[in-house]
Structures are given as C-alpha cells and as structure tokens.
Design a protein. Structure first.
Length: 148
C-alpha cells in the first residue's frame, strides 16, 4: 500500500512517513483534551527522548512513573484512549509534535504537550514555538498519535 501525508487511515490522519514508506505516524482527528497537566511536577521521570519514534516509550514511562492522582495527565489520556478501533495511542515526543505541526494536523494556534521531559519541573510543549513548559500548567492541549 502507498501512504500519503494527509491521508485518513488507521484511525486518524497520516502526518509522517519514513524513508521506507512503510512506517509512519497518525494523529487523532481532534484533541483529547483542551487542558491537562503533563503531571508529576517536581518528579523526574527520566529516560524520555525527543526523537521521532520515541513517543510511545515516553508515554509508557510517564504513565508508569506518574500516578496523576487527583488530576488529568496528558500521557494517561493518550495511553488509555480507544479511538476508531485502535487502543495504541500515545502522546507525541517533541520531534513528533513538530512533525505534526509541520504537516498541519496539529493546529498551530493551539497549545500542546509533548511526551519529552526537560527536567523534574518542565517538559517540551508548543505554543507558537517549541518551549519548556511547567509540568503543572493545565492550559496545554492533548492530541494523541499512533504508529503504523
């Protein structure tokens, strides 16, 4: 099968295809939340990456390392999501988020979390550009992605 950026497939919209043409990333067609914390401010999850292909592992690390008691955390929203017959959604890494923005599947006027941690109190986010957002900031949106 030939895949194309912007194609509706696999439960969402394809926004990245690697050089082989057989691996890529799909974004949900709408946000999972308009405001959620990254979670665990003051706690270093550790081991997250910014690279394309690491969002799923990042999300799992966040869910396992941050219980999120008492509030909604972005990674948990994606990890628990069942959408359009798929249950393998995750919060994008910093570079996956940038790729989704470049492809136009993440609205550029919105605020979004990535799954890439900066330190115990900050994680990478987008609001007009990529920046280091406070993990306890609830204004960030959440858009789940999945790999194929």
């Amino acid at each position: 099968m030939t895949f194309q950026i912007g194609q509706n497939w696999g439960g969402g919209i394809i926004f990245y295809i690697d050089g082989t043409g057989q691996y890529g990333l799909i974004a949900a067609e709408s946000d999972q939340a308009e405001g959620a914390e990254w979670g665990c401010a003051g706690t270093l999850i550790g081991g997250t990456s910014t690279a394309i292909g690491t969002g799923q592992a990042n999300t799992t690390a966040i869910v396992n390392g941050c219980d999120g008691s008492g509030f909604i955390i972005a990674a948990r929203l994606c990890y628990d999501l069942v959408l359009n017959g798929y249950d393998d959604w995750f919060l994008p890494s910093k570079d996956e988020l940038i790729q989704g923005l470049a492809a136009g599947v993440f609205p550029g006027f919105h605020v979004y979390w990535s799954s890439s941690e900066v330190d115990a109190n900050r994680a990478w986010a987008y609001y007009g550009n990529i920046y280091e957002g406070g993990k306890d900031n609830e204004i960030h949106g959440v858009r789940a992605i999945r790999a194929f």
